[in-house]
Write a protein that binds this ligand. Sequence first.
Ligand SMILES: NC(=O)c1ccc[n+]([C@@H]2O[C@H](COP(=O)([O-])OP(=O)(O)OC[C@H]3O[C@@H](n4cnc5c(N)ncnc54)[C@H](O)[C@@H]3O)[C@@H](O)[C@H]2O)c1
Length: 347
Amino acid sequence: MKIVAVLPPVVELPEQSPGYLFNVEKAYNLHEYFASKGHEFVTISDAKESLEPHLADMSIFICSPFYPAYLTKELIERSPNLKLAVTAGVGSDHFDLKACAARNITVAEVTGSNVVSVAEHAVMQILILLRNFVGGHQQAVSGEWSLPKVGAYAHDLEGKTVGIFGFGRIGQRVAARLRPFDVKLVYNDPYRREDLEAQLDVEYVPFDKLVETSDVITIHAPLTEQTDTLFNRDVLGRTKQGAYIVNTARGKIMETNALVDSLKSGHLAGYAGDVWYPQPAAADHPWRTMPKQAMTIHYSGMTLEAQHRIELGTKAILDNFFEGKAQKQEDLIVDGGEIVSPSYKIK
Ligand SMILES: NC(=O)c1ccc[n+]([C@@H]2O[C@H](COP(=O)([O-])OP(=O)(O)OC[C@H]3O[C@@H](n4cnc5c(N)ncnc54)[C@H](O)[C@@H]3O)[C@@H](O)[C@H]2O)c1
């Protein structure tokens, strides 16, 4: 059987990290795994150019959201043997899920593998924005010492309203981590979680109220037809003057240029996140140079600990496939010819 994975190329590190698994060479230790089973395993770095010759005979395709291959309807139709598409991580929007369902291709991801890692990153970026960390840090390294330039734009998090958009595994963990900061927490999600509202001291609000009353909006919903470019010019215009947005979910949930314009106009006070569209982001992507931002590249969910959990979870999905066992229901996004994940089948 032929298995194809898309992973970043090897990069020389100043000090080698033995735990680093995320490149074509280490490949989550899958080279050894597939060799022991007698399967052909091909790793490629450039899906646009190198995937083409494998479409005809690949049976399993593996890629991650950090370095995605966009498996479009057209590519899926040209992959007649494809049975299993695995997301080595969380978030399977890089696969055309409807096309996978139509072809009865199973889509599975390593649910929960990096939710703590992303929640920590989101909390970090909220604090970085409010405290104007980037301004203070830039002065520290440049030799400057101008307190007003930093202090005039720095805020406490305490007392602010934080709106959590998407209250699943990550959204809930962000709520739990923010609670000790004495903030007011509100959330919006198609599934109301009354069981968690008292426990986490969070209040359910409709989408418009979340947008219009939050000092900080943190985005944790998947990219779907409903959330695609949901934060467009109109929605951004309805956020509070001086609000902040942190997006560690998917870049395409934002309208790229509307965000840039809002930051330039001074309406939004800041934006941070690690997700872009498309990825890897081009060197001239407008978010790299927009003002009042604390972007990182997409790595919140790939700490060394998360990489290890992704390795184990990916192997568990593959084991189930090879042994003909049922996948864990929570890992399944598409199965039996339909989208089965509750987070992706919202109409
Ligand atoms: N930056 C990263 O490294 C990274 C890592 C993991 C996940 N993610 C992203 O974060 C997303 C959430 O991950 P998770 O593990 O919490 O998933 P999850 O499935 O546990 O939670 C997603 C939540 O979003 C809700 N949702 C779906 N559609 C919505 C809508 N239209 N409006 C509001 N809420 C909606 C779902 O009901 C669910 O409660 C993933 O889909 C992925 O895109 C990013």
